[in-house]
Design a protein around this ligand. Structure first.
Ligand SMILES: *Cc1c(COP(=O)(O)O)cnc(C)c1O
Length: 245
């Protein structure tokens, strides 16, 4: 905060979010160090990503293999301690590419992908921690394993020697996320899993309160100016409203 270098200016949303994570974690007696902030850099160009790396951010997430292949091999060569997380639906025929490039998978959601990932990890001698994504709201269009099929999927993943780190979810949009986070946390406990990938820009504080170990934040990190612009008209709209009542 004391330096006015371009890197520190660009990282100010990052610093704010990290401070919020620390504060929120401490409310439940945890350390902010136990919560991994994954910067979701999908659709962001390398020029927008680099300032975050220079400010110390190391966990990044992408949702498409092709886009990640275009952006990350050079950055990972330059910054070898970067941890790249795959957070998008993964086609089985992309499993080998994903295992080669990513360091963790958050979207393991079906038996055929267990098979493809296990095969790719064996072939490459790389073992990536995997989160099983649960379709926590039972939404038809959404990725994730149906709740009823989770026990069988966990068994097949463990049988295939996949390192299951925990559970991941994306709750339904536009409704209170807390009940879904609480349900995912309970399911993880029931299955002896201690890591939870849950919480995005709009609800990561709630997710941390309910036990998230990995929050996946995109918009709040990368679109700070846009969020700020959206906030201003609300203030000017509020004034005439207050006068009318
Ligand atoms: C895009 C995305 C995020 C980040 O969402 P924001 O609301 O931009 O923070 C998190 N998780 C997944 C799976 C995503 O696709």
């Amino acid at each position: 905060m004391t330096s006015a270098s371009p890197a520190s200016i660009a990282s100010s949303p990052l610093a704010e979010i990290r401070a919020t994570i620390d504060r929120t974690a401490s409310l439940t007696g945890r350390s902010g160090d136990d919560v991994h902030l994954i910067a979701i850099s999908k659709t962001q160009p390398v020029e927008a990503i680099r300032p975050l790396i220079l400010a110390g951010q190391r966990d990044f997430g992408e949702n498409r293999v092709q886009e990640a292949q275009d952006k990350w091999p050079a950055l990972k060569a330059e910054f070898p301690d970067i941890i790249l997380h795959c957070v998008g639906q993964l086609q089985s025929n992309k499993a080998a590419d994903a295992v080669k490039l990513f360091d963790a998978i958050h979207s393991l959601d079906r038996p055929s992908l267990v098979k493809a990932l296990a095969h790719a990890m064996d072939a490459q001698g790389r073992r990536l921690p995997c989160f099983v994504q649960v379709n926590i709201g039972g939404e038809e269009q959404k990725g994730g394993c149906p709740i009823a099929e989770l026990p069988a999927l966990l068994t097949s993943a463990r049988d295939a020697n996949i390192d299951v780190a925990g559970l991941m979810c994306v709750p339904p949009a536009n409704v209170e996320a807390a009940p879904y986070f609480a349900l995912l946390a309970k399911m993880a406990r029931d299955h002896g899993l201690d890591q939870l990938s849950m919480g995005m820009s709009g609800d990561y504080e709630t997710a941390i309160m309910l036990g998230a170990t990995h929050v996946r934040v995109g918009t709040a990190l990368f679109a700070h100016a846009r969020r700020h612009d959206r906030g201003c008209p609300r203030l000017t709209e509020a004034a005439p409203y207050r006068i009318r009542i």
